[in-house]
Design a protein around this ligand. Structure first.
Ligand SMILES: *[C@@H]1O[C@H](CO)[C@@H](O)[C@H](O)[C@H]1NC(C)=O
Ligand SMILES: *[C@@H]1O[C@H](CO)[C@@H](O)[C@H](O)[C@H]1NC(C)=O
Ligand SMILES: *[C@@H]1O[C@H](CO)[C@@H](O)[C@H](O)[C@H]1NC(C)=O
Ligand SMILES: *[C@@H]1O[C@H](CO)[C@@H](O)[C@H](O)[C@H]1NC(C)=O
Length: 643
């Protein structure tokens, strides 16, 4: 035995492969320009601790799209044969090979196994007590402190590297090249104490620039009472007429569900709900949404004003009125100190998405229990709530705010919701082809108000969600005539992704758009390769909504109006299916693109921005209003023929 061992050992020594610790590393992620309002401040102290987290690649993501089509393509025999949460967790969990490879690499780099912890789902690894020096060696990088214009610091680096054989097992590592979105004024006021370098205390909140726009206020006698007047004010009955929705006529209310997602400090005022219902739906006075509180989220009343109540009041007043007597669920995410991100919300409805100790990316997402005190001290909500059948969110980032790896990982999560039969709706943005706050991109990728590159929104460009644009009634028009793209106060967000490829379900519609109505722009404005995801998918009225806000009636504008309206139509379609003993509709897009006749095509108006006229609404799909606005009757007719 001994001789045999030696014989074998010699050639092994002679032909040993390079050990992984000296394996060549290659760049995994790089940021070439700093995000808006950030600048480099200083080198990080070598002894500073880096809260390192490694997002492992999941299994089977390459077939996620095919699996999603099986349950959402109207031609599929498995249509609506949705998966359970457990099936999802098992199917996508990182493989043993992935976990073992990454842990072996860390051990080769001298990081003891006892310092590495992993989530129950094995989705993330976290390294305890890592110094900047250790992290710099591990990732072949240089850590720096960056500062936001507001003073908020951030620990990060410009790029980082991992060995070639490890790279395919890692989505991304934090903190590295991922940054906060710009911090808004409110968050600076609310910060309770000075921030120490190392962990950003303010997070990338998805609300900036996406709240609806406020218009004129109205006195009650001036609120319209006739459908003929819907061109000047939108009230629930105008929408019910435009989209042929039934009202007060539901058959499966006890089986149905509809979720509205809000991010603190946005919150509704109970008095505003009652003021609205008193005017438009008296029997709903006193009704409140069912609260699913995420990470300490609750309807706060400490801060009031349009910026704090406008979005939530709008979303809830319309959703609650349009699906009455079904009572929507309010997912209120984040405490008032830290707030929350889309990932915090996703954690709360999918336990397998959570990180080890809460917070997916401490520089981007809320970390709970709040490490700074003064905020939510409980454990992060992780798989606490079941998703509702429809989820409407009227908040968005720009694609350029986040890194492609981060976006791809979150986008995959929406595919998993679709597999479970959830319809995920996001408003497409209110600045036409420009991003939040009207920001456009320069050729080198920085933000500038004078930039000329279009700035698409995220997750609007994720192919696994349904992106909702805005329309309006034509001047002097009525609810019985075709609408046009919204050009009052706001312009419908739309365009083409710089990250996501074109999904097959929209290929025919988008290619037809390019062939018949080629837009007058070049690769200098947008990715015109005709191979990337176009958005939005659908649209609904987004102008002149009457809402009760802080004790008065105001007009508001935005795709923020459109998303809860489409969500309400789909919730009523689900009612019809549930009453017929069928499953909810789930991911909409394959059925919408295969049956555009279910929608009212919008063919006029545009979405100007970035110093251009933007794109133009034309017959068929367009990057302004998508396939058009919903027709409840036609949607139900089609969806009832499907399994
Ligand atoms: C962290 O590491 C340092 C040395 O790098 C050590 O002195 C310290 O005790 C460690 N802390 C914990 C909590 O393990
Ligand atoms: C990017 O381009 C803008 C405008 O062209 C310029 O002002 C800025 O300095 C550039 N930034 C970098 C990092 O190259
Ligand atoms: C709408 O009606 C008003 C009043 O009748 C009229 O002055 C205006 O020109 C009309 N606008 C359009 C676009 O037809
Ligand atoms: C456009 O997208 C395609 C597909 O993702 C990519 O190959 C190409 O480099 C992009 N073009 C530009 C100018 O970014």
């Amino acid at each position: 035995m001994l001789a045999g061992f030696l014989l074998l050992a010699v050639p092994w020594a002679a032909f040993a492969l390079p050990s992984p610790s000296i394996a060549v590393k290659r760049t995994h992620e790089r940021r070439s320009v700093l995000p808006h309002q950030w600048e480099e401040h200083s080198d990080a102290h070598p002894d500073m601790r880096v809260p390192l987290r490694i997002a492992l690649t999941q299994s089977n993501l390459d077939v996620a799209y095919d699996e999603l089509l099986k349950v959402s393509d109207p031609e599929s025999p498995d249509f609506a044969n949705h998966w359970t949460a457990k099936q999802i967790a098992q199917f996508f969990a990182p493989s043993k090979e992935t976990v073992d490879t990454v842990i072996a690499w860390l051990e080769d780099e001298g990081i003891d196994r006892s310092r590495v912890k992993q989530t129950d789902s094995l989705g993330w690894l976290q390294v305890a007590n890592l110094s900047v020096t250790e992290a710099e060696t591990l990732l072949d990088t240089k850590y720096r402190i960056y500062k936001h214009a507001s003073g908020a610091p951030h620990l990060g680096c410009g790029s980082y590297s991992v060995p070639e054989h490890v790279s395919k097992h890692i989505d991304f590592i934090t903190p590295t090249v991922h940054f906060d979105s710009p911090v808004n004024a409110h968050r600076q006021e609310k910060r309770k104490r000075d921030v120490e370098p190392g962990i950003a205390k303010t997070i990338g909140q998805p609300r900036i620039g996406t709240t609806p726009k406020q218009g004129a206020s109205l006195s009650v006698p001036n609120i319209i009472t006739e459908l003929e007047q819907c061109g000047s004010q939108i009230t629930p009955i105008c929408l019910q007429s435009l989209y042929k929705m039934p009202f007060d006529l539901q058959l499966a209310t006890s089986k149905n569900s509809y979720g509205i997602v809000e991010y603190t400090p946005q919150s509704y005022l109970a008095t505003d709900l009652d003021m609205f219902f008193k005017q438009f739906l008296a029997k709903a006075v006193g009704q409140r949404p069912t609260l699913d509180s995420i990470d300490g989220g609750e309807p706060q009343t400490e801060l009031e004003g349009f910026g704090y109540n406008g979005e939530s009041d709008l979303d809830l007043q319309y959703a609650m009125a349009l699906v009455y007597p079904l009572n929507p669920t309010l997912f209120q995410a984040g405490d008032i100190v830290e707030g929350a991100s889309f990932n915090n919300f996703l954690d709360a409805i999918d336990g397998t998405y959570c990180t080890y100790e809460g917070g997916d990316d401490p520089t981007q997402d809320g970390v709970y229990p709040d490490p700074n005190g003064g905020g939510y001290e409980g454990t992060e909500n992780c798989g606490t709530y079941a998703p509702t059948y429809v989820l409407s969110t009227s908040y968005a980032y720009n694609e350029a705010d986040l890194t492609p790896f981060y976006e791809q990982r979150q986008c995959s999560e929406y595919a998993k919701l679709g597999l479970q039969g959830v319809t995920v709706l996001y408003s497409s943005g209110d600045n036409g082809v420009a991003g939040n706050d009207g920001q456009c991109l320069t050729a080198n990728g920085t933000y500038s108000a004078s930039g000329t590159r279009f700035n698409p929104s995220f997750p609007g460009t994720c192919p696994y969600i349904t992106s909702v644009g805005a329309t309006q009634i034509k001047p002097n028009g009525t609810v019985f005539e075709a609408e046009e793209a919204c050009e009052t106060v706001i312009y419908s967000g739309g365009g083409f992704s710089n990250v996501f490829p074109m999904p097959s379900y929209q290929a025919s519609a988008v290619n037809s758009y390019f062939e018949k109505y080629p837009p007058p722009y070049t690769a200098a404005q947008y990715n015109n390769s005709r191979t990337v995801r176009g958005f939005p998918d659908i649209s609904a009225n987004g102008a002149n909504y009457v809402i009760a806000i802080d004790g008065e009636f105001d007009l508001v504008y935005g795709t923020s109006c459109s998303s809860p309206t489409v969500g309400s139509v789909i919730t009523l379609v689900n009612d019809a299916r549930l009453a017929a003993g069928k499953k909810p509709v789930g991911f909409l897009n394959p059925t919408l693109y295969a049956n555009p006749w279910m929608l009212n095509d919008i063919t006029t108006g545009g979405n100007q921005g970035c110093g251009t006229a933007g794109f133009t609404s034309v017959p068929g799909w367009d990057p302004v209003t998508g396939l058009g606005t919903p027709d409840y009757g036609l949607l139900v007719a089609k969806y009832l023929t499907l399994p």
